[in-house]
Structure formats: structure tokens, C-alpha cells
Design a protein around this ligand. Structure first.
Ligand code: NAP
Length: 290
């Protein structure tokens, strides 16, 4: 693609940004769709978030992604916030409007698209969520919104799980989530089989031989395990889930779809399945996954 005076720029605001796969997704899509658009990472130093958002606006950027640690820090500098992002309390995508940026969260719609593509339907499900960090909270919110029956949030620090459960119940207006200390997993009822979302950092590269729970008896209670980690492609949690007879998925497709949904918001286009597959291949190549 020739860069010329009409080229539009999208970027990533975060710190660090060097390991991002987003340029592979967006530049592949732009190339394939013939959009005169480039996507570049911007490392933003601590305490410079306001300047970064205002600067992106002043430089006529079409949009931005936002990553760790600024997904909540950018909120005060946005003109508008999409209702789902507001409920989640974090944005990962800024879309240019006439008067400033509008913030969206495409991580959760991305996870939902990935799950649907894998044939995993949260509607009516009883779900276990491992972890109670920013992503686990967003997952609980998504599941409540999509009509899952119930969520049990298991976390090392049980107070955090209690806080997340309370917030999700208040915002969703349902008695949906409950908290459990992760070491008490043995008290989960016998005979139930759950969808389990692994939303902790445990098992991430380079500590790939770790899982929050090692006990095979726990994995007997899981029919489907969804690990949000994407490096390694097969986590210990996934191995344990499969060894107990369950289906297991990683977070790569979530990463892909959060990017595609952001791209669609920026460009007003629709990315078809063939093109999504091309972006997926580019992303895996950039990650040096086979
Ligand atoms: P976070 O806010 O830092 O939360 C981390 C969670 O992991 C907390 O619940 C923490 O428990 C738990 N944890 C960490 N170390 C632990 C240990 N040794 N034993 C037990 N629990 C431990 O992180 P986050 O932003 O929510 O991200 C969570 C995961 O989502 C990451 O693995 C990230 O890669 C993944 N993610 C994937 C995508 C994607 O597109 N696929 C996008 C975003 C994030 P305590 O509360 O007890 O500390």
C-alpha cells in the first residue's frame, strides 16, 4: 500500500507496546480491503495519557486501540463512552467522532464472537471464572448480559472476587455472580458440569507449566475450558481440561475478533470470514505460531 497525503492512521496506545500483534491484524485487513490506512504502535509514558488522547485527536488519527495499563485511564479524556464499555469500566478502542473520541470495549464482543465461532454458547450456562482482575470482571459482565444462568468467580484473593460479584450483580440487576476462594473449588456441587473461563495470568509464557488448579477432579466438572491466554497456544489449563474429556480453546480468536470489531468501527466496513481467516494467519505468523 502506498502511503500518501490521504493515508489515515490508527494506532495503539499502551506501555509496553513492542510485543503487540495488532499491526499484523489491521495492516493485513487494510491491505486486503484496499483501505488507505496504516496502523502503528505508540508507547505512551506514564502520566501522559491525557496528552496522548488529545494528541491523537489533534493529529487527525482515525482511531486508536488502548492496551495495558491505560484501558481505564483514558476514560476521562473521551467525548463519549459506549454503554457496554461503561458497564465494563474499560475501553480498548477509540473511534473518532466530530467532537472527540468515542470509547468502546471490543475485547468482550471479541470473546463472544470467538466463542460463537467455536460453537460455545454462554446462554443458559453455569460458568466458572478463574480470576477476578480487569478481564475477569469484564467476562462476568458479558456473561450476565448474554444470559448465562450463573457465574462462580474463583480467585486467590477472595475479597476481589466478592467485590467483582457484587458489582456485576448491581450493574446487571440480577443475582448472577458469586465469589469463592480458589482453594475451595472442592466445594463445587457434585454432578454439575460447567463452562470455565480461565482469566488469570497463570500459565502465560514463560511459566507455561503452571495452572491455577492442578487437581484432575476439578477438570471433571468442566465440559468446556476457555483460556484467555494465547501464548502458549496450548496452556496447561487446556491440557488438563482435555485430559479430563473436555473441549479447550485459547485466547487467540478473542485477540483476532477484538481487532476486527475495532477495524469495522473505524472504517464502517464489514470483515467477512475469509478475510478474518487471512488476518488470523498473519497474526499467527507474527507470533511465530505454526
Ligand atoms: P489482572 O487484572 O492483573 O488480574 C490477574 C488475575 O490473575 C487476578 O485474579 C490474580 O489473582 C490472578 N493471578 C495472578 N497470579 C496468580 C497466581 N500465581 N495464582 C493464582 N492467581 C493468580 O489481569 P487481566 O488484565 O485481568 O488479564 C488476565 C488475563 O487475560 C491475562 O492472562 C491476559 O493475557 C488475558 N487477556 C487476553 C486477551 C485476549 O485478547 N485473548 C485480552 C486481554 C487479556 P489475585 O487477585 O489474587 O492477585
Amino acid at each position: 500500500m502506498e502511503i500518501n497525503g490521504y493515508t489515515r492512521t490508527c494506532g495503539l496506545i499502551g506501555n509496553p507496546v513492542e510485543h503487540t500483534m495488532s499491526p499484523a491484524i489491521h495492516n493485513t485487513l487494510a491491505d486486503a480491503m484496499g483501505e488507505n490506512l496504516v496502523y502503528v504502535p505508540f508507547r505512551v509514558p506514564e502520566n501522559s495519557v491525557k496528552e496522548a488522547v488529545e494528541g491523537a485527536w489533534a493529529l487527525n488519527l482515525l482511531g486508536c486501540n488502548v492496551t495495558v495499563p491505560y484501558k481505564s485511564a483514558v476514560l476521562p479524556y473521551l467525548k463519549e463512552i459506549d454503554p457496554l464499555a461503561e458497564k465494563i469500566g474499560a475501553v480498548n478502542t477509540l473511534v473518532r467522532t466530530d467532537s472527540g473520541f468515542r470509547g468502546y470495549n471490543t475485547d468482550m464482543p471479541g470473546l463472544y464472537r470467538a466463542m460463537c465461532g467455536d460453537g460455545v454458547k454462554p446462554e443458559g450456562e453455569k460458568v466458572l471464572i478463574l480470576g477476578a482482575g480487569g478481564v475477569a470482571r469484564a467476562v462476568a459482565m458479558l456473561l450476565a448480559e448474554k444470559g448465562a444462568q450463573k457465574a462462580i468467580i474463583l480467585n486467590r484473593t477472595v475479597e476481589k472476587a466478592e467485590r467483582v460479584a457484587e458489582e456485576v450483580n448491581t450493574i446487571s440487576g440480577r443475582n448472577f455472580a458469586e465469589a469463592m476462594a480458589v482453594e475451595n473449588y472442592g466445594s463445587l456441587p457434585e454432578g454439575e458440569r460447567y463452562l470455565c473461563i480461565q482469566a488469570t495470568n497463570v500459565g502465560m509464557f514463560p511459566k507455561t507449566d503452571e495452572a491455577v488448579i492442578e487437581d484432575a477432579a476439578f477438570y471433571q466438572k468442566i465440559h468446556t475450558g476457555y483460556d484467555l491466554i494465547f501464548n502458549p497456544a496450548k496452556t496447561r489449563f487446556m491440557e488438563l481440561t482435555e485430559a479430563a474429556g473436555g473441549r479447550a480453546f485459547n485466547g487467540l480468536k478473542m485477540l483476532l475478533w477484538q481487532g476486527i470489531i475495532a477495524y469495522e468501527l473505524w472504517t464502517g466496513t464489514k470483515v467477512g470470514d475469509d478475510l478474518a481467516e487471512r488476518a488470523y494467519t498473519a497474526m499467527r505468523q507474527a507470533m511465530k505460531l505454526s
